[in-house]
Design a binder for this molecule. Sequence first.
Ligand code: ADP
Ligand code: MG
Length: 218
Amino acid sequence: MFLEVKDVKKNYAKTDVLKGISFSVDKGQNLAIVGTSGSGKSTLLYILGALEQAEHGKVVLEGVDISNFSDDELALFRNQFIGFVFQFHFLLPSMNCLDNTLLPAKIGKHNIKEVKARIIKYAIILDVEHCLKKYPFEISGGEQQRINIIRAISLNPKLLLCDEPTGNLDSVNTQKVIKLLQDLAREINSTLIVVTHDGNVSDAFDQKITIEDGQIIS
Ligand code: ADP
Ligand code: MG
């Protein structure tokens, strides 16, 4: 088993946001997490990505329990194993898109040349090569989204987590981005987890879980 989530509970200000979530994903499989707004999807994804810690339960990745890592261990772990596409784009406005996508490589100890070659390859596939020298404000929202995806996959993460990656796209571009994420994940043998509230999107995944009010209902 690649990822095991066992009875994860999380609360904010005494409100139970996740009430005991358990599921597992095999290596290379993809999973859609669906649910209405406020059901706890982003919170769950943050816990899987080690950006938040659960009060209760375990997240085990390739046999390693990440629930009790120290902050330093978590930072290293995130950099080496996880790619995260945020619901709201976090490109730094003061850097061009290439430098934005190179940030993860510069934070960790990585071969910059190799990563850069990979970024250019992905940019060609995603049709945003012309954006690399530009600043985020000079490109469209859809292009920013694709630059975000490239940054998230730049280090070939074993686990690729995407929070509503098609939130602002029309149905044609939504299908394109989902197919692309799945193809890329397959190519780099990464496990893909996508949060969405779009039922049409989730049909294209190996597995699907539905969350309502902090619990898995199907
Ligand atoms: P979703 O992504 O499914 O829309 P979220 O995981 O963002 O849901 O939020 C689930 C619930 O947790 C919501 O009621 C939200 O208001 C609450 N919540 C999320 N993040 C925080 C936070 N940092 N502090 C307090 N409450 C939060
Ligand atoms: Mg959300």
